[in-house]
Design a protein around this ligand. Structure first.
Ligand code: GLA
Length: 689
């Protein structure tokens, strides 16, 4: 809901539990009024007339209060907008008008020929904000154009939560006190990056299920930055957008415009768990395509076969996958060009004639005859120097004149800002998806930008932004032309996970780390912002060959992977009859709990910190608990799990044991789970009766 004061200077957006209000002063300063529990327009207007505190001349009364601080004038905070022309730098804007379209509010300001429109839209309790810049004056340089600045209420002792990591160790939750100055996270790598998810949360005294939490998440899959600033008077603002540096995002010629990515903000008073559930609901309702369609159980060949693949060997794996109940069979790397190792072939998107003499169609049809969907791996934005593509078009990669072309994993990054590169990729991928009945594409991105130059390009820096736009455009175009095909975003595991890519992919590859214990912490962090519906997780071989050689039971591996979109990535050709039979049972169980896991509300009952950890999913009268015991020590009994969101006046049947539990007992005294020893795990289903 959007309400506007009679004088047209105060705007109030309201969601189911929260409100957000801004006010334009007589001097055309756009001030933040309120973000928090629901308030009335009268409350917002009362806030608007409260006088600002007096400041000595060394501070600005605007700092920490403006909705979108521009550079220049009486401001000392980090500007959200920084513009340079040949003559001057900074912005001095005047208010033009406000507009509404549906539930979207637009506040339009102008500085000469440049118009700056701030967009606001409430989606549930999530406020979506973005900015459009339209230049009708002389050419200018956008040094920085953030999507939004978020202002927190006056409180003491803020804490910052973030999701940090690296390859094989993504999205791990860290929480620390905020101190004066700025905390900056981001990526200057060309993709979202494994190092930080573009999300922060701030609280003062929240627990998992209680207290106020403010969160912000950016929808951009390229270079980005979020800065959390605690100003000298203790006020806190969060500014974020595309680009890491302030050294030139884009050049806007006369008549050109730029739309920033969406920066979404959420207030919740349901603790960290309540905030996560609101984020999940938002993404399922407004971001993720077809979120009400459950994702299938997949098999992926990567860990089983790596580059050493053949059609016959994939058929053997497919038969075994089908026999354990897999619904989607994915051939990973190695099926195309001369790709028999990571040294060659990237860029040449035609099936390797030695390995697939008649193309992919026969295998795809074979897989489908087994009752499964068929999927493939691609990495379209890259090229190996040892490829037909690179030999033909050495100028198609990002590079600087006369400088080295840095290789990572023996590959270079294609310059997707170029129209010819975009057209090549469109033709190849469209052709590929038309050449065989392909249902699914795992889209990878396995190195960062290092030599992001474009000799002869109109404004070489723009490739940082244009690469992401081209990627989005390509995905959108392919989705439109092949509506039945699902896409997974992968970047060496979880290097490209954000609200932008999630709005055009069906799931993401969470991490190349498939060790089921490490995964619990990765998944705990991931769940702070993103839902289980997009979190791909595979059961692979034990000991874990990729990362840490940890041995674990098939049960533990399955229950760990059941917390998201279940997949199997082990070498099924080497699994024993007993293992295959157990896998079949667990896949069947997963299919039963899948609607609750993928569409239900998530409650994190205990975080993974060494002993017992557990999550609970609730959908209507169905409840699923996944519990993991890392290690039992000193003979201590395993604690009971106090369940959430059950009706204390109702009874619940445990489908595993047939026992009837009273809701009040489960909520107040907890469910006892029979776990023992090291790396034990269980699935418990409860149904309201
Ligand atoms: C990346 C992905 C893996 C696999 C390999 C293939 O590392 O994260 O899952 O697809 O590439 O080369």
């Amino acid at each position: 809901m959007l309400e506007i004061s009679d004088d047209g200077r105060t705007w109030l957006l309201t969601g189911p539990t929260s409100s957000y209000a801004v006010h334009l002063t007589e001097g055309d300063e756009l001030l933040h009024l309120h973000w928090g529990p629901r308030v009335a327009l009268d409350d917002a207007e009362a806030l608007a007339v409260r006088p600002l505190p007096e400041y000595w001349p060394f501070e600005s009364p605007l700092d920490g209060r403006e909705e979108y601080p521009v550079e220049g004038g009486p401001r000392f905070v980090r500007p959200a907008l920084s513009v340079r022309t040949d003559e001057r730098r900074g912005t001095e804007w005047g208010f033009e008008r406000y507009e509404t379209e549906g539930d979207e509010l637009r506040l339009r300001f102008c500085d000469g020929g440049l118009s700056v429109t701030l967009h606001y839209r409430m989606r549930g309790d999530v406020v979506e904000r973005w900015v459009t810049l339209d230049n009708q004056g002389p050419a200018l340089e956008l040094l920085r154009a953030d999507s939004a600045t978020w202002t927190l209420p006056d409180r003491e002792d803020w804490r910052l939560s973030q999701l940090h990591g690296r390859w094989g160790a993504e999205s791990r939750l860290a929480r620390s006190p905020l101190t004066y100055g700025e905390k900056v996270i981001g990526s200057r790598r060309g993709h979202t990056g494994h190092q930080h998810l573009p999300w922060v949360a701030l609280d003062t005294d929240a627990t998992e299920e209680r207290g106020e939490v403010y969160g912000c998440a950016l929808g951009w899959s390229g270079t980005w930055r979020i800065a959390v600033a605690q100003l000298p008077d203790g006020r806190v603002q969060i500014t974020g957008g595309a680009g890491y540096d302030d050294s030139g995002l884009l050049r806007l010629a006369a008549g050109e415009s730029f739309t920033t990515p969406v920066f979404a903000g959420l207030w919740s008073d349901g603790g960290f768990g309540g905030a996560s559930r609101a984020w999940h609901a938002y993404q399922r309702a407004y971001v993720i395509p077809d979120a009400d369609r459950d994702r299938p159980v997949l098999f992926n060949s990567w860990e089983a076969t790596e580059f050493d693949i053949s059609e016959e060997q994939q058929r053997v794996l497919a038969r075994r996958a089908a026999a354990i109940g897999v619904e989607l069979f994915v051939v990973d790397d190695g099926w195309f060009g001369t790709r028999t190792s990571d040294r060659a072939g990237l860029g040449d998107w035609t099936p390797n004639p030695d390995r697939f003499p008649s193309g992919l169609k026969p295998l795809a049809e074979y897989v489908q005859a087994l009752g499964m969907q068929f999927g493939i791996w691609v990495e379209p934005e890259m090229v190996n120097p040892d490829s037909e593509l690179y030999r033909t078009h050495p100028d198609w990669v990002q590079h600087q004149t006369g400088r080295k072309r840095t290789e990572f994993r023996n590959q270079l990054v294609l310059n997707l800002a170029r129209d010819d590169v975009q057209e090549y990729l469109w033709e190849r991928l469209d052709g590929l998806l038309s050449s065989a009945p392909i249902d699914y594409v795992k889209w990878d991105f396995n190195r960062c930008f290092t030599d992001a130059g474009w000799p002869g390009g109109p404004y070489p820096q723009r490739l940082w932004v244009d690469h992401v736009r081209a990627l989005y455009h390509l995905l959108d175009r392919l989705r439109a032309a092949h509506p039945g095909v699902a896409f997974e975003s992968c970047s060496g595991g979880g290097g490209r996970i954000d609200l932008g890519v999630l709005s055009r992919t069906d799931q993401v590859w969470t991490s190349d780390n498939t060790d089921p214990l490490d995964r619990l912490a990765i998944q705990h962090g991931f769940s702070q912002i993103h839902p289980a519906r997009v979190m791909a997780a595979w059961v692979t071989d034990s000991p874990n060959a990729m990362l840490n050689h940890r041995a674990s039971s098939l049960r533990f591996r399955f229950v760990s992977a059941m917390a998201g979109v279940l997949g199997v990535g082990g070498d099924l050709a080497t699994w024993s009859e007993e293992e295959l039979a157990e896998a079949r049972e667990r896949v069947t169980l997963y299919k039963e709990i899948r609607p609750v896991v993928q569409r239900g509300d998530l409650y994190r009952l205990r975080p993974p910190r060494g002993g017992l950890s557990a999550v609970q999913y609730v959908l209507g009268g169905e409840t699923v608990v996944l519990a993991w015991l890392q290690a039992q020590s000193y003979g201590a009994p395993v604690p009971a799990l106090r369940l959430r969101a059950l009706d204390p006046t109702e009874s619940y049947e445990c489908l595993e044991t047939g026992e009837i539990h009273r809701g009040a007992v489960l909520v107040h005294h907890g469910l006892r789970v029979g776990l023992h020893g090291d790396l034990d795990a269980a699935v418990i289903r409860l149904r309201r009766i």
